[in-house]
Design a protein around this ligand. Structure first.
Ligand code: NAG
Ligand code: NAG
Ligand code: NAG
Ligand code: NAG
Ligand code: NAG
Ligand code: NAG
Ligand code: NAG
Ligand code: NAG
Ligand code: NAG
Ligand code: NAG
Length: 320
């Protein structure tokens, strides 16, 4: 599965030493023909895998220019609670060559709870027996062994509860060594009901590159934290969460560079940036939405940038 240099890289990362630039080999999936259902540039295929004793599924988009011998990046994109993989493909647009001409895009699907609501680990309502962090780790290994992927260029984005899961992936010792950069959108960062704190963050490497977008008017996952419009649990304040990453990544909170992103007549967007490693966008006119220049599944409200383009640019600057 993983090449020896990659494992050495993991060991160095977990012991906190500087990561040498290991010569990483392409994944084992290079040279393999695509599954019959998967057509480069065609409609995404729905594939099932078994993980944690459950049947799981994901949609996969392989770009038109895919070559079985040329390693490409992998982008994982997680839907919000109550949503599904197809909806996330439409919302996040990672299968659209205008945004993503080269990478394989994969949309995992959450397991439905007893009331039929699809969600991810981290939501207070999600059974802790369904571990979507282990599922993600299994999924990455599964994909690396079947498609020609660059194991140093695996990325994760997600909306709401899917964004909360992306935050947890950044804090997990295994997945933080498999994923190069993280992008939660309107992230739901729940506090533990017993401790009133975020779960422990056991990242295996630093710095962790992470970018978050949040609507100031978000009523579902409040910018300032609290119970949101559901009674399922409290989330942390977005700024406390972002500042937590800046601190973990060894920046002082005051080291941020803030800038106004959108020219008039667009509504105000403030970007906070710690050395292009931790970034956050406060979008004053958006609610619980994926920021976009055109109306999308989330909202008819628009802003001056597409979160998808900003995320693609952020991802392109990071490798493991
Ligand atoms: C995903 O959601 C869309 C829109 O609600 C719906 O049309 C589609 O059937 C759903 N797909 C699955 C697999 O649930
Ligand atoms: C993919 O197939 C699985 C298994 O049949 C199904 O549960 C899931 O809803 C499908 N996903 C989509 C996005 O159609
Ligand atoms: C792909 O993105 C471009 C740029 O936003 C847009 O014009 C086009 O409609 C999108 N294509 C699809 C199939 O959604
Ligand atoms: C919340 O924290 C308590 C005490 O540390 C722990 O026992 C529990 O498993 C945590 N809950 C979740 C959902 O992680
Ligand atoms: C994560 O860190 C906490 C302390 O912050 C520790 O109790 C726990 O065992 C760690 N978990 C893992 C999986 O390393
Ligand atoms: C949310 O936080 C408030 C204020 O700290 C507290 O009273 C309430 O019990 C919390 N709710 C949950 C579900 O944890
Ligand atoms: C953290 O930053 C300080 C300077 O601000 C530097 O002296 C120290 O070596 C850094 N530590 C790590 C682990 O990068
Ligand atoms: C950015 O730094 C200033 C101090 O220069 C501080 O007041 C502000 O809270 C910081 N912003 C964030 C998002 O941490
Ligand atoms: C900022 O990033 C650059 C380029 O990655 C790096 O060389 C530099 O050490 C970083 N500075 C700090 C203060 O982390
Ligand atoms: C976020 O934007 C809102 C609306 O413009 C503003 O009131 C608030 O102070 C901003 N917060 C930060 C941390 O930028």
């Amino acid at each position: 599965m993983w090449s020896i240099p990659f494992i050495i890289c993991l060991l160095l990362a977990t012991t906190g030493q500087a990561i040498q630039s290991p010569i990483l080999k392409p994944g084992d999936g290079c040279g393999k023909s695509l599954p019959a259902k998967v057509t480069p540039g065609g409609a995404s295929a729905n594939i099932s895998i078994s993980s944690g004793g459950l049947d799981r599924s994901y949609l996969i988009h392989v770009p038109r220019n895919y070559d079985i011998n040329t390693p490409v990046p992998l982008i994982l994109s997680y839907h919000g609670r109550t949503k599904n993989a197809s909806e996330q493909e439409l919302l996040s647009q990672f299968s659209n060559s205008s945004y993503n001409p080269n990478a394989i895009a994969v949309y995992p699907q959450g397991v439905a709870n007893s009331r039929g609501i699809r969600q991810w680990y981290g939501d207070p309502d999600a059974p802790t027996t369904i571990n979507d962090i282990s599922f993600t780790s299994d999924l990455i290994s599964h994909l690396l062994s079947r498609y020609c992927l660059d194991p140093t260029r695996v990325y994760a984005a997600g909306k709401s509860n899917g964004g909360g899961l992306v935050g947890l992936l950044a804090c997990d010792p295994t997945t933080s060594s498999q994923i190069a950069a993280f992008a939660p959108v309107s992230g739901a960062f729940y506090l533990n009901k017993t401790t009133g704190k975020l779960p422990p963050c056991n990242t295996s490497r630093l710095p962790i590159p992470i970018i978050e977008f949040h609507g100031w008017k978000d009523h579902t996952i409040y910018y300032l934290g609290g119970p949101g419009n559901s009674s399922r649990g409290n989330t942390t304040s977005v700024l406390a969460w972002v500042d937590g990453w800046a601190t973990r990544d060894n920046f002082s909170v005051s080291q941020n560079v803030s800038s106004s992103v959108c020219p008039s007549p667009f509504k105000k967007v403030t970007k906070y940036n710690w050395n292009d490693t931790v970034e956050h966008y406060n979008i004053s006119n958006l609610f619980h939405d994926w920021p976009s220049t055109y109306p999308n599944d989330d909202t008819h409200l628009t802003t001056c940038f597409d979160a998808t383009s900003v995320i693609m640019d952020f991802f392109s600057r990071w490798t493991l």
